[in-house]
Design a protein around this ligand. Structure first.
Ligand SMILES: Cc1cc2nc3c(=O)[nH]c(=O)nc-3n(C[C@H](O)[C@H](O)[C@H](O)COP(=O)(O)O)c2cc1C
Length: 209
């Protein structure tokens, strides 16, 4: 079958749908953002691309700080709401029932219900015609303790994470197709990993009994 050629566009899918919290001592806001990603590992760096007309744009510009709050299926409705209503007209924390939680380094609040919060400090702003790209260093990460296994590893597969694909929200609850490197994994390594997973499962079962 032939490919259909389309005009140039932002056709990158799927993308995350995160709730970015921002604000100052007088006001706290939340904006839903799909245009975000990681751009460096050491130091850990990210960006959010925010349309100049958004209320959050001026909050982030002025404070130079924001928090990326990861979202889950349980948070899908709130995520959508924060992406269609403006903080210019309402308090989105009140409207969604989300809870403010103090961050450790930045002065804006984090969303308590989110499984993972990334505190970010803006280091550079790249201006484009429609959006500005706030490039930031991730200065602290908070993760809900209930997603850690007994070996201290974070298991986000248990959190029911959310993503956004061409206008629709999707959960990630299906079993994974494979783990990092599975395409080149030796049978011996695969066996060992499966054995380790099995051991963790049976330990858990014993604890439940
Ligand atoms: C799933 C989703 C993703 C979005 N991604 C972005 C984005 O990356 N950048 C942006 O400027 N607006 C994005 N928006 C739109 C804003 O979230 C929306 O205009 C919001 O109402 C702005 O809130 P504010 O005026 O309180 O800042 C997105 C909306 C949704 C629903």
């Amino acid at each position: 079958m032939a490919k259909v050629t389309m005009k140039p566009g932002t056709m990158l899918n799927p993308v995350p749908a995160v709730m970015v919290s921002c604000g100052n001592k007088d006001e706290q806001n939340i904006i839903t953002i799909a245009w975000t990603g990681i751009i460096n590992s050491e130091p850990p760096m990210t960006y959010v691309s925010v349309r100049k007309s958004r209320h959050s744009h001026h909050l982030i510009s002025e404070s130079g700080e924001f928090v990326i709050n990861l979202t889950t299926e349980a948070l899908a409705k709130a995520t959508d709401f924060c992406g269609v209503k403006s903080g210019r007209d309402m308090d989105k924390y009140k409207m969604t029932g989300l809870t403010q939680e103090d961050a450790e380094i930045v002065s804006c609040k984090m969303i308590k219900e989110s499984p993972v919060n990334l505190e970010c400090k803006v280091v550079e702003v790249k201006e484009y015609p429609s959006h500005d790209m706030f490039i930031a260093e991730i200065v602290k990460v908070h993760a809900d303790e209930k997603y850690f296994d007994e070996n201290g590893r974070i298991c986000l597969d248990r959190a029911g994470m959310l993503c956004y694909n061409h206008g629709e929200y999707f959960g990630l609850k299906r079993a994974p197709i494979g783990q990092f490197g599975f395409s080149i994994m030796k049978p011996k390594t695969r066996k060992r990993i499966n054995r380790e997973k099995q051991e963790i499962k049976s330990k858990k079962k014993k604890r439940i009994k």
